[in-house]
Design a protein around this ligand. Structure first.
Ligand SMILES: NC(=O)C1=CN([C@@H]2O[C@H](COP(=O)(O)OP(=O)(O)OC[C@H]3O[C@@H](n4cnc5c(N)ncnc54)[C@H](O)[C@@H]3O)[C@@H](O)[C@H]2O)C=CC1
Ligand SMILES: O=C(O)C(=O)C[C@H](O)C(=O)CO
Length: 243
């Protein structure tokens, strides 16, 4: 077996797998021979997904802010090897108010915590792992997305804390920090061509990422090749955080 090969029948839950980065991550796990359950917040999110029906892929709805839904969903799972937390929303400053702040935190940070907790018993049985999708905005802020930056900073420290807590159960917990990726989450912001170009010019590798550029990092952290890696945050950002 090669160092990156997953065990036969390895099962992956990609929460937010219907979205752009989540779909790319789901496809990468499918290419590795894994079974994937990809979720979107509702039927509309599933209908808009770029994921085509295929063997070993199941598409399901799941709202990460709904405790009862999360409990029912994870209660029906068995044999989970990897959890990827990729659900997320972004709110720009002009929409900012306390309800918006709490909503962003509830999806991005508390939702991640909910899924980690709900899946822990399943992952402990398989000595599996978690990959949380944080952001370079956990480390470098933008002035008009305070809730988003706060939530992603929280995801980084949540990842490290759970890695310490769950190491004794042999459950690894890591995160990736994507840089600027062209997806639905920032489609409105990218319409501002000056903003788009200002960011592009600051990326050492010279271009915004595509969702597929992010996927391999999640697969690596979940794979046997990373069996001694826990509590780490892997930047996948074209060098953005290096400068
Ligand atoms: N696009 C970018 O530049 C970056 C994105 N990220 C993160 O990557 C992740 C995926 O985002 P993208 O693919 O860019 O956007 P996207 O909008 O295509 O995907 C977001 C996904 O989250 C799901 N979602 C939203 N609210 C939810 C809820 N309440 N419950 C369950 N699922 C919910 C949506 O259904 C969708 O599947 C997010 O966590 C985002 O913060 C991180 C760094 C950069
Ligand atoms: O809203 C924008 O415009 C942004 O630039 C936000 C970031 O690109 C982003 O998507 C962080 O995930």
């Amino acid at each position: 077996m090669a160092v990156f090969d997953f065990p036969e029948g390895h099962r992956v839950l990609v929460v937010g797998g219907a979205g752009d980065i989540g779909a790319a991550i789901s496809r990468a796990f499918l290419e590795m021979g894994c079974s994937v359950i990809a979720t979107g917040v509702d039927e509309a999110a599933l209908a808009a997904s770029s994921l085509a029906p295929q063997p070993r892929l199941a598409l399901r709805t799941l709202d990460v802010t709904d405790d009862a839904q999360v409990a029912a969903f994870t209660g029906g799972l068995d044999g989970l090897g990897t959890l990827v937390n990729c659900a997320g929303i972004l709110a720009r400053f002009k929409e900012f108010e306390i309800e918006t702040f709490q909503r962003v935190l509830d999806v991005n940070l508390t939702g991640t915590f909910r899924l980690c907790n709900a899946c822990l018993p399943l992952l402990a049985k398989t000595e599996g792992s978690i990959v949380n999708v944080a952001s370079m905005n956990a480390f470098v802020a933008l002035p008009f997305i305070p809730a988003y930056c706060a939530s992603k900073g929280g995801v980084v420290m949540l990842t490290k804390s759970l890695a310490l807590a769950w190491a004794e159960k042999r459950v690894r917990v890591n995160a990736i920090a994507p840089g600027y990726v062209e997806t639905a989450i920032n489609a409105a912001g990218r319409q501002d061509s000056a903003h788009y170009e200002r960011i592009r010019a600051r990326i050492p590798l010279g271009q915004w990422a595509q969702p597929g550029d992010i996927a391999g990092s999640a697969v690596y952290l979940a794979s046997p090749a990373a069996h001694y890696v826990t509590g780490t945050v892997l930047a996948v950002d074209g060098g953005f955080l290096a400068g």
